[in-house]
Write a protein that binds this ligand. Structure first.
Ligand SMILES: Nc1nc2c(ncn2[C@@H]2O[C@H](COP(=O)(O)OP(=O)(O)OP(=O)(O)O)[C@@H](O)[C@H]2O)c(=O)[nH]1
Length: 704
């Protein structure tokens, strides 16, 4: 073992003794001064160190120097060092470097081992769904521990894998002054449009979904009950039937789903919300009563929705029953029985005694077979809300009709603008079920909010996504509620036609007498504007009702009232659904208006503005003057110069001017709501108690 003093080594290497001492100290060697003795092991360490640090040219110089000094062990020692050098990159992570703590080494170590400078905060982060603490920390370029501490201050104990909701993400990011954007995939928000790839092989027959419609008291509810009682309990002994808005029966080994809310209002309300759930309509017509106004409405509603109709001629047990008359009357509506060369199925039934019900159900299956109703039970479930409510104990409860795919307990789901996980499912027999397939109604719990009847639902792969889409839909809903509607209105009809948004104009006509309806229909259908077609989707005699408005809303139609008025409910719904109602007293005005609107020549100047409503409470006949209407102003005001119309049972009886308006004995210029007054109308004396006088003025308006 060769020994030498530090100053000798320093001299040989052409460095100062102090440098060598420092190096040795950094290598934890016990040296005091330049006279200290070092052995060849220490020399090797020093050499190795300097070689790693020095550029290659220096190293070779050293080697040469060492060779010159002819130190026999040197070469032995050098071999492993060279190997080290070869194997380790220049940054040096070898054992020597790890123990090197000399000043030069420290610099080197600092470069290599100090944590990288913290990245600056981003201005904005983007995420989808939710984030864990770890994921958020990464996006914010922070340590997860820092976020966990922050959360602790907010009273939230968390771990790195803790999922954070939108509010918390915004709170934390906001605390760092970082903007947050939630990234949403538009297609999935519109899950009405979201179609999973259907594998033809998986398509299987599904039960038809049937709605029963018809006039009041013709036996809809009795028929629904009767079908349910005779069929539901077969093979389901002990099942407690439960009202969940729909039920399923089995006949001839095949299932049929019935929507339990009879009537076309419910049907069309759903359609107005974009839901088409019904495959077949059973139109109930009482054989002793025949076609009545709501029979007609039901036909219009089913036709507007393109749903096939089966006619159940009910109450055939009654003596006054005349099924032939029903058939005859229905031919007017293009419902012609097969026996008479048509293609509509008629079945005579007695909902009360059960006669004909089996045949009716057979016919439902027949129509359903022809329609080839199919669905893919392997998909994630989608469908429509039949009804929903808030239950004190269970929270939001919704009856869903699965229209495609299968729904399972535990599925992450978005329903309308609400979302959650299917916590429990109960079928129409009150039984808990775990999985249901297409056309099955089922009541679910587990949603964060109560959806609306007609809302669509869609199951998603994970809850994170369901939450994200649910929240996005909910905020979009709020936006839509705020923004303008896109219903057809005469004012912008021309623009819409020009933009190609409108090809067909759907119109509902209500008039005081059938003759006017026909006259209007004939003239409207003759309007000829290139590329646009007028469809009269429903007509009727009498006041404009809520049902008319709902149909208009569902079918994007304009309602024309000829000498009739909307009733209170119709007015309210028209306002909320933004349905355009046009009221006229002269047929040609109505036709002109529609034609002008289609051609973009709508007279832009005046619009009627109702200023008040007056109720006639009593009448006095005074010779010379005529009949004075003792009246009470219920809304707004009536002024001497306003134009008025007299309405009786929703029908306009008179339209014209006021002859005299009096408070007590004095002439009045105007009378406000809450006051009584006496009114005589120009050239009209047939006023009656209970009539309504509507006062209006023509106001200049600006068209968009
Ligand atoms: N004789 C006889 N009476 C019937 C039959 N079907 C229903 N009814 C009776 O007709 C009346 C009206 O029946 P509903 O089932 O309530 O009629 P609906 O169409 O549901 O009536 P709304 O719910 O008011 O629209 C009830 O008194 C029933 O008992 C039938 O086949 N024969």
């Amino acid at each position: 073992m060769k020994k030498m003093r530090i100053y000798e080594y320093a001299k040989e290497k052409n460095v100062s003794s102090k440098e060598v001492i420092d190096k040795l100290k950094s290598l934890n060697m016990d040296v005091t001064n330049h006279m200290s003795v070092i052995d060849d092991k220490m020399v090797a360490l020093l050499d190795g160190d300097s070689k790693q640090k020095k550029p290659a040219t220096d190293a070779s110089k050293d080697n040469k120097a060492q060779n010159r000094t002819n130190k026999p062990n040197q070469s032995n020692n050098q071999a492993p060092q060279n190997r080290n050098q070869k194997n380790k990159p220049k940054q040096g992570k070898g054992p020597q470097n790890r123990s090197n703590k000399g000043p030069n080494k420290r610099n080197q170590t600092q470069q290599n081992h100090t944590p990288p400078k913290p990245k600056p905060l981003p201005e904005k982060i983007t995420y989808s769904g939710s984030l864990t603490v770890g994921e958020l920390a990464k996006l914010l370029h922070k340590e997860p521990s820092e976020l966990i501490k922050k959360l602790m201050f907010l009273g939230v104990m968390s771990t790195i894998n803790q999922e954070l909701d939108k509010d918390t993400i915004e709170l934390i990011a906001g605390d760092y002054g970082v903007e947050v954007e939630e990234e949403i995939i538009i297609d999935e928000i519109d899950f009405e449009e979201y179609v999973e790839v259907v594998n033809e092989e998986n398509l299987a027959e599904r039960p038809p979904v049937v709605t029963i419609m018809g006039h009041v008291d013709h036996g809809k509810t009795t028929l629904l009950d009767s079908i349910r009682q005779t069929k539901v309990t077969e093979g389901e002994a002990g099942g407690i039937t439960q009202h969940i808005g729909a039920y399923q029966i089995e006949t001839d080994g095949k299932k049929i789903t019935f929507l339990d809310t009879p009537g076309h209002a419910a049907f069309t309300t759903m359609r107005a919300r974009g839901a088409q759930v019904t495959d077949i309509t059973i139109l109930v017509v009482a054989a002793d009563d025949g076609v009545m106004p709501q029979t007609k409405e039901a036909i219009s509603h089913a036709k507007a929705a393109g749903v096939p109709i089966i006619v159940a001629v009910n109450k055939i047990d009654k003596e006054a029953a005349n099924p032939d008359r029903v058939m005859q009357e229905l031919t007017e509506f293009e419902l012609v029985p097969e026996a008479w060369g048509g293609d509509t199925i008629f079945v005579n039934v007695s909902a009360l005694s059960g006669t004909g019900i089996d045949e009716l159900l057979e016919m439902v299956l027949l129509v359903s077979e022809v329609a080839e109703l199919k669905a893919d039970p392997t998909l994630k479930a989608k469908g429509t809300v039949i009804e929903a409510e808030l239950d004190k104990g269970r929270g939001a409860v919704a009856t869903l009709l699965v229209q495609n795919g299968s729904l399972n307990v535990g599925d992450p789901i978005v329903v309308g603008s609400s979302f959650g996980r299917v916590r429990a499912m109960v079928n129409d027999l009150g039984r808990r079920v775990k999985r249901v397939g297409p056309s099955t109604p089922v009541e679910i719990t587990g949603l964060n909010d109560v959806p609306l009847a007609g809302d669509q639902f869609q199951v998603f792969a994970d809850e994170k996504k369901a939450r994200q889409i649910g929240e996005a839909r909910s905020s979009r809903q709020r936006e839509e509620n705020r923004s303008e509607n896109s219903r057809v209105s005469l004012d912008d009809l021309f623009n819409q036609i020009q933009q190609g948004d409108v090809k067909d104009i759907n119109i509902i006509i209500k008039a005081d007498v059938q003759g006017s309806v026909e006259a209007m229909r004939g003239s409207l259908e003759k309007i000829d504007v290139a590329g646009v077609k007028v469809n009269i989707i429903h007509t009727g005699v009498g006041a404009i009702t809520e049902s008319d408005i709902i149909l208009a809303s569902a079918s994007n139609a304009i309602v024309i009232g000829f000498s009739v008025r909307p009733d209170v409910n119709a007015k309210r719904v028209a306002e909320s659904e933004k349905v355009d109602i046009r009221l006229h007293r002269v047929i040609y005005n109505a036709i002109d208006e529609i034609e002008a609107a289609m051609k973009g020549m709508l007279d832009p100047e005046f619009e009627e503005k109702v200023i008040g409503q007056v109720e006639i409470r009593t009448t006095f006949k005074v010779s010379k003057i005529g009949t004075i209407a003792g009246s009470y102003v219920t809304e707004g005001k009536i002024s001497r110069d306003s134009t008025v119309r007299l309405i009786r049972d929703g029908v306009v009886i008179y339209e014209g001017a006021i002859n005299a308006l009096k408070r007590f004995k004095d002439d009045a210029k105007e009378v406000a709501a809450g006051y009584e007054c006496g009114i005589t109308l120009e050239n009209f004396n047939d006023v009656k108690e209970g009539d309504i006088i509507e006062a209006y003025i023509m106001e200049e308006i600006e068209r968009k």
